[in-house]
Design a protein around this ligand. Structure first.
Ligand code: ATP
Ligand code: MG
Length: 394
């Protein structure tokens, strides 16, 4: 008999009105997340989502890892099944919780019965199993008020289940419960982290990458596809929009004053991102900008890039230190890919002396020689869409 996985829901429990919808979203996300590991039954009872094997030979270890990355879950535990008999339950608890019982100095047992035909009440069962555990582990005393360890027993339809301390879930809200946004995904360290952070708030994301072939290589594009694929662990499946950016960059290089190259380029990114957002019902643009990190990330520079669009720009990393961003990128598993050494379009045609405190009027003036609309349209026409999914995800 397989063990089961229990997911404790997070903030969504607080949202009285939307709760059902949020639970449905979460279960859908969990089901999709588990597809690579076999057939599972996923259902929700009293703010807990249950994941049970629905066939032999599912990969329960991989499933347990995977659900820890699904947003909307605060705690995850794995529970051992056993026969619905008080002595079998006590024996199983003694064996399964061996390490936990030796580590803890105090414990209590909490039982729940969804199978009301079980011959003992929850309290009787807790007392019985508590007594057996106390006898087997005399160094661990019973403390019903502030125990270090709580042993949970659930009497369910098919079996009884025993579990102990849960591990932390990913937190946040289920992806898809809070609208859609476009996220600008470069090959750098920052933008995968900003994407992760907004997905955590329940937003479904459409990643957009600006690609300047041949100034940036096929490997640079493959790297972004790989980053998007890694992010699907948290964000669910996504469609990466790869926007051809070469002509725009060449036009800027040939016709505009060098000190404004980066700013004008970033304004084009925003305009194109907004068009993609509007045609997909997305309500914001996410970037990995971080105040003061590079020349284009002063407040004045940000004002000049944001001036060309109406949608809000979400910059979840704006106040973080680089070291904190690096730590997060390691934690979410994108760091090693991000540091592969392929150029991003931002580093092609970098001005020697970029303007850091431009006025919007100066940038507009510098850009006025370009046929902005035609260039934006041309790029939109050339978009390549790449579906990234969990297929084969380890
Ligand atoms: P990152 O590490 O995410 O590349 P960065 O510190 O290098 O960020 P910039 O190069 O100034 O900063 O880019 C700022 C933000 O603009 C990025 O975080 C990303 O959201 C977006 N961006 C930059 N280059 C691209 C690109 N080629 N395609 C899509 N978005 C991009
Ligand atoms: Mg970059």
């Amino acid at each position: 008999m397989n063990d089961i996985i229990l997911l404790k829901l997070g903030e969504i429990v607080l949202k009285g009105l939307n709760r059902k919808g949020f639970e449905q979203k979460l279960m859908g996300n969990v089901r999709r997340r588990l597809v690579p590991y076999g057939k599972f039954k996923v259902y929700c009872l009293q703010s807990t989502v249950y994941v049970e094997a629905a066939e032999e030979n599912v990969d329960m270890d991989a499933a347990f890892e995977a659900v820890q990355k699904v947003f909307g879950v605060v705690k995850v535990s794995r529970a051992a099944p056993c026969e619905k008999d008080k002595d079998a339950i006590a024996r199983k608890a003694i064996e399964y919780l061996h390490d936990d019982m030796l580590r803890a100095r105090s414990f209590k047992v909490e039982s729940k019965r969804s199978d009301k035909s079980f011959p003992m009440s929850s309290i009787q069962l807790s007392q019985y199993v508590g007594g057996e555990l106390a006898e087997a582990y005399p160094q661990c005393r019973v403390d019903v008020h502030e125990p270090e360890l709580t042993v949970f027993i659930e009497i369910r339809d098919l079996a009884a289940y025993i579990h102990a301390a849960p591990v932390a879930g990913a937190g946040g809200m289920p992806v898809g419960s809070n609208g859609v946004a476009v996220t600008l995904l470069s090959g750098g360290i920052d933008s995968p982290v900003s994407t992760y952070m907004i997905a955590k708030r329940g937003v479904r994301l459409i990643p957009v990458h600006f690609f300047s072939f041949p100034y940036t290589s096929q490997q640079a594009k493959d790297k972004v596809v790989e980053l998007a694929r890694l992010l699907t662990q948290y964000c669910g499946r996504m469609t990466l929009e790869v926007v051809p950016f070469t002509h725009i960059q060449e036009e800027i290089r040939d016709k505009c004053p060098e000190e404004f190259f980066t700013l004008i380029m970033r304004r084009f990114m925003m305009r194109i991102a907004e068009k993609i957002a509007l045609s997909n019902g997305a309500k914001a643009i996410v970037t990995g900008e971080n105040l003061g990190q590079v020349a284009s990330q002063t407040m004045e520079a940000m004002a000049s890039t944001q001036a060309v669009i109406d949608l809000p720009v979400l910059q979840p990393l704006v106040g973080m230190d680089k070291e904190e961003i690096v730590q997060m990128s390691r934690k979410i598993g994108t760091f090693d890919t991000s540091i592969l050494p392929y150029e991003d379009c931002c580093t092609v045609f970098t001005p020697r002396h970029p303007r850091t405190r431009p006025t919007v009027a100066e940038v507009e003036e510098a850009e006025s020689v370009l046929d902005v609309e035609a260039l934006v349209e041309e790029s939109l026409q050339g978009i390549e869409r790449i579906h990234v999914d969990l297929e084969g995800m380890a």
